[in-house]
Design a protein around this ligand. Structure first.
Ligand SMILES: Nc1ncnc2c1ncn2[C@@H]1O[C@H](COP(=O)(O)OP(=O)(O)O)[C@@H](O)[C@H]1O
Ligand SMILES: [Mg+2]
Length: 255
C-alpha cells in the first residue's frame, strides 16, 4: 500500500497565484524512507502542507495511509514536524512531550513513560527537566522530532529537520531516522542539502514545483550518467525529467 500518494497534483496560493506545484506525482510505499531534495523555494514545504491536509490541491489528489484529506481517521497515525517547529520555551522538555503527546491522543497513563523513552532515544534525558528556552538549537530540533514521535506514528513527515544543526548532529538524526525506518515507520524528510539526501535509500528531486527524478541516489546518478547527486541534479535541470516530459506546463512558459 502507498503510505503517501500525490497524483497529478497542482497547487497555487489564491485564485490568481502562479502554479507552485505543477502536475506532480509522488508515491511512497509503506515502510520506505524517502528524502525530498530541492533548493529553497522549489515547493518542498508546500508539498508537505498538502500531504498534511493543511492546504488543498488546486488539481489532483492527495492520499495518506489510504485516506484522502481532510483526514478523519489517519491523522493520529502521522507524526509531523513543521519547518518552523513550535515548542513551549517556558515548559521543560518532558512537559512539552507530555503536552503534545496528550494532544496527539496518547493515553494519560502512558505519557510519562513514552516521554522518558524518547528523551532517552534522543539523548535528552539529562535535560528532561530543564526549560526548553535554555536548550541549544540542536536540542530543540531533537525535542521537536521526539514530539512528532510521541504517538508512535506509522508515518513520519519531517520538513527540514536538520536545518541549523552541525554535521555531527545531522548524522545522529539520520541514524535515528534510519533506525525508525528499519522498525517499519514510513519516513518522509525534506532537505536542500545534497550530501544529506545521499544518505537516504530513496530520493525525489524537486525543482520549481516539479519532480525531475526519483530513485536511489545510485539509480539517479546512473540514469543521469554522473558521479554525484549534485551533478545529477544539475544534469536533469538541463535535460529535463528522467521520467519523461509529462510535466511540461506551457501556461508558465517564459518565466
Ligand atoms: N503562503 C504563501 N503564499 C504565496 N506564496 C507562497 C506561500 N508559501 C510559499 N509560497 C511560495 O511557494 C514557493 C514554494 O515555497 P516552499 O514550498 O516553501 O518551498 P521550499 O519549502 O522548497 O523552500 C515559493 O516560491 C514561495 O515563495
Ligand atoms: Mg520549506
Amino acid at each position: 500500500m502507498d503510505a503517501v500518494a500525490l497524483t497529478n497534483v497542482s497547487f497555487r496560493y489564491g485564485r490568481k497565484g502562479e502554479l507552485i506545484l505543477r502536475h506532480l506525482s509522488f508515491h511512497a510505499a509503506a515502510g520506505e524512507m524517502w528524502c525530498l531534495l530541492g533548493p529553497s523555494g522549489s515547493g518542498k514545504s508546500t508539498m508537505i502542507r498538502l500531504l498534511m491536509g493543511l492546504d488543498i490541491p488546486t488539481e489532483g489528489t492527495v492520499e495518506v495511509l489510504g485516506e484522502r484529506a481532510p483526514y478523519r481517521t489517519v491523522r493520529p497515525r502521522i507524526g509531523y514536524m513543521p519547518q518552523d517547529s513550535a515548542l513551549y520555551n517556558d515548559l521543560t522538555g518532558a512537559e512539552n512531550l507530555r503536552f503534545f503527546g496528550g494532544l496527539a491522543g496518547v493515553r494519560r497513563k502512558d505519557l510519562g513513560a513514552r516521554a522518558r523513552d524518547l528523551l532517552e532515544f534522543f539523548d535528552l534525558a539529562d535535560a528532561a527537566n530543564r526549560l526548553v528556552g535554555e536548550y541549544s538549537g540542536g536540542m530543540q530540533r531533537r525535542l521537536s522530532l521526539a514530539v512528532a514521535l510521541m504517538a508512535d506514528p506509522d508515518l513520519l513527515i519531517l520538513d527540514e529537520p536538520t536545518v541549523g544543526l552541525d554535521p555531527r548532529q545531522r548524522i545522529r538524526i539520520w541514524e535515528q531516522l534510519s533506525k525508525l525506518s528499519a522498525d517499519g515507520t514510513t519516513v518522509l524528510i525534506t532537505t536542500h542539502v545534497m550530501d544529506e539526501a545521499e544518505r537516504c535509500p530513496n530520493v525525489a528531486l524537486l525543482s520549481d514545483g516539479r519532480i525531475i527524478g526519483t530513485g536511489s541516489p545510485q539509480q539517479i546518478c546512473e540514469a543521469a550518467g554522473t558521479q554525484s547527486l549534485e551533478a545529477a541534479f544539475l544534469q536533469l535541470l538541463e535535460t529535463g525529467s528522467l521520467a519523461g516530459d509529462d510535466n511540461n506546463d506551457t501556461e508558465e512558459a517564459g518565466r
